[in-house]
Write a protein that binds this ligand. Sequence first.
Ligand code: SF4
Length: 359
Amino acid sequence: MSELPGFRDARYAQAMKREIENLSENRQLRIVHVCGTHEDTISQHGIRSLIPRNLGLVAGPGCPVCVCAAEDVDMAIAIAKQGHIVTTFGDMFRVPSTESSLAKERTKGADVRIVYGAIDAVDIARKNPEKEVVFVGVGFETTAPTIALELLRKPPPNFSILTSLKVIPPAMDLLVNIEGFSVDGFITPGHVSAIIGTNAFQPFVEKHHVPCVAAGFEPLDVLEAIRMLLVQINEGRAESENEYTRVVLPEGNIAAQRVLAQAFRIDDAPWRGLGIIEKSGYFIQEEFAEHDARLRFNFPDIESVDILPGCRCHEVILGMVDPVDCKLFGKRCTPEDPYGPCMVGHEGTCRIRHENLIL
Ligand code: SF4
């Protein structure tokens, strides 16, 4: 890809379209991606209209706030209600939970602040030593190292983190084990792969014999990844390949992996609407327990509800239904007033679909 003159060149897109048509040979095939940014590229650039109808291109669980379990949001809300300062990313701020959201709590007087990263939350903690300051950390392997780094930098004692950080490969494992879920190849997220490397997906491809290609975020990146997957499928191969060679290394970013391993341990974690997925979440190492909001605060007994009545986010996240199949889409549930988590952020499948239908 790096030899191409431009990543949005229509001539190359047309040539790739023809090659994809030839390689797919009119067979019914299903390619799944697990990345909100890929879904944004695919929808914005009309990639589904470029590829043959027999080739399904499906969005899986790739939006971090969409898969953030209601129990994690409920914990953040409980901390805010106790009078502490809660900080988080803009998308997380509006994610609906069992009965409320951080945004709604702020309108009731809670001190909830939007920050660009954990470093800003640490700064707030230093400036408010008399207050407890909690950062709600949401994201995948891409975001996790920046949060981990703040733990290693000796934050002030009044700073803690509520982790809701997820690991992608175990979610792919879950998908292929769901009865009735079919997948012929995965496009894996370029930014996640930049951290963990394409080698991290090798155990998955060996276990399930499903090819993977790590892709960048330009339209031609995605088309090239589809082409590479089709070549693997036609040759009966299943390997973890790399389309995003200008960023991703097979071994990933070793320094970031070290930071992650120092600050976090990997354990079973809840995903919204999907239940507990084994070894799929980053949690704070015992050494940093004083900064672990899960241990630092008391939480009321709440029966958290991941999926509110009528919402089909759990099916959208699995690529089993299209957002427009949800009766609430564009009516009770809009980007201005999201009812389910997939309508909140720019990586949410329902939000992306809504914006591209309106445009
Ligand atoms: S449209 Fe809204 S309620 Fe329906 S699945 Fe999407 S986020 Fe959930």
